[in-house]
Design a protein around this ligand. Structure first.
Ligand code: ZN
Length: 393
């Protein structure tokens, strides 16, 4: 789903996040244009759609941050730190490897390579018992060892940079005594305490970060609720075969088309009512705010729901195994031949047996030769995951 773009502190957070991305990927991507209040809400949504590359990059960034310790920004922002502590160090440990060998430098042992082993993730106690070093995390990205808590609370200063467990430790032949040295260092013990305290606080939901977290959760829930209503309206209009758009869809337009049903619902639904009030307020004060009402978003919702329905139908057809096909074309207003794809199959549910004909979609046909038509049909069946050898009749 698309990301939200609320105003104020949220926007500053997004800007901050973009800066981490820039430092990680050196993409040189331009920042969000926070001004230009004269644009309509729908134009703003359209702008978001044009930012697909940015979204993809953000997704890549999110994936790396949540899978590899080396991708964390320094310092780790508060909201991300809370998220990472909630996940715990275990997903970042990679303690079963694979670990990359590193060639040892120096005259004596030149050419000899050494490797980290899983055994280093366990500390042997004097009584012979072995306990897991929860702080130790391995980054496949940087092929180095890091300290989970020291990295979490690292700040961009000289002390931090001096610690190899914050910048990445790779000298495997120095694991002894570097690991135990780090474990006993004052800096590590301070970070360890901070980590444990914050983790305990989050579990008890009593710390300040929890207040922020509750706000984030509330925001998430609000947007999900709004999206739920928009999807319901989309389903209703699609089911009734009604057009979505009017002549003009800006907030000031007198007739925004049938999608205006959302505005009607806002008279009775408190969530939509609040959303509309905020939108109107944002427009009046010249601020940017995501509405989720633009024609592009409407098309995206239709497309997502359409694909979901199609997946269900195809699954049903596959369950029936054998099927028949009906393909027929007719020209549209632009004189392009539109081929319609209908599949006939037997649907069995309990004792109820029914022969169903399901429409899977249209596709334009350029050539009308038998060879071209056959190729088109076979190609579309294959794209839908239907095996032509199971076609009967
Ligand atoms: Zn540490």
């Amino acid at each position: 789903m698309k990301r939200n773009r609320p105003s104020g502190s949220q926007q500053r957070k997004i800007k901050k996040r973009k800066n981490w991305r820039r430092s990680l990927f050196s993409s040189g991507e331009s920042d969000v244009d926070e001004g230009n209040a004269s644009r309509s809400l729908h134009q703003q949504d359209s702008d978001d759609d044009d930012d697909d590359d940015g979204e993809e990059e953000e997704e890549t960034f999110r994936l790396s941050v949540y899978s590899d310790v080396a991708a964390w920004p320094v310092p780790v922002p508060d909201d991300l730190r809370v998220d990472l502590i909630k996940r715990g160090s275990e997903p970042f440990q990679n303690r079963d490897g694979p670990f990359s060998p590193v060639e040892r430098q120096g005259e004596k042992s030149k050419g000899k390579s050494q490797q980290l082993t899983t055994a280093w993730f366990y500390k042997a106690l004097p009584n012979g018992e072995k306990i897991l070093r929860t702080w130790m995390v391995y980054s496949p990205l940087k092929q180095s060892l890091f300290c989970f808590c020291c990295r979490l609370f690292a700040v961009d200063d000289k002390v931090t940079v001096a610690s190899s467990f914050v910048t990445g430790f790779q000298l495997w032949w120095k694991l002894n005594p570097k690991v135990s040295d780090h474990e006993d260092s004052e800096q590590h013990l301070t970070c360890l305490e901070k980590w444990k305290t914050l983790r305990a606080g989050l579990k008890l939901q009593k710390c300040l970060d929890r207040v922020n977290q509750t706000t984030v959760d509330r925001e998430k829930r609000k947007w999900r609720d709004i999206l739920h209503r928009l999807l319901d309206v989309t389903l209703f209009l699609a089911h009734q075969n009604l057009p979505f758009r009017g002549h003009r869809e800006t907030m000031s337009s007198a007739n925004k088309g049938n999608f205006e049903l959302v505005e009607l619902l806002s008279n009775y639904d408190p969530i939509l009512k609040e959303h509309f009030m905020r939108l109107k307020h944002a427009v009046a004060s010249g601020k940017r705010m995501t509405s989720y009402f633009s024609p592009k978003i409407q098309n995206k919702l239709i497309c997502l729901l359409g694909n979901h329905v199609k997946e269900k139908i195809v699954a049903d057809i596959k369950k029936a195994k054998y099927f028949g096909i009906l393909f027929d074309s007719t020209p549209d207003v632009s004189h392009t031949d539109q081929m319609c794809e209908v599949i006939r199959y037997v649907h069995i549910e309990g004792d109820h047996v029914e022969v169903k004909e399901s429409f899977l979609g249209f596709f334009p046909v350029a050539e009308k030769t038998a060879a071209e038509l056959t190729e088109n049909i076979l190609q579309h069946l294959e794209e839908d995951g239907l095996d032509i050898s199971l076609c009967r009749g």
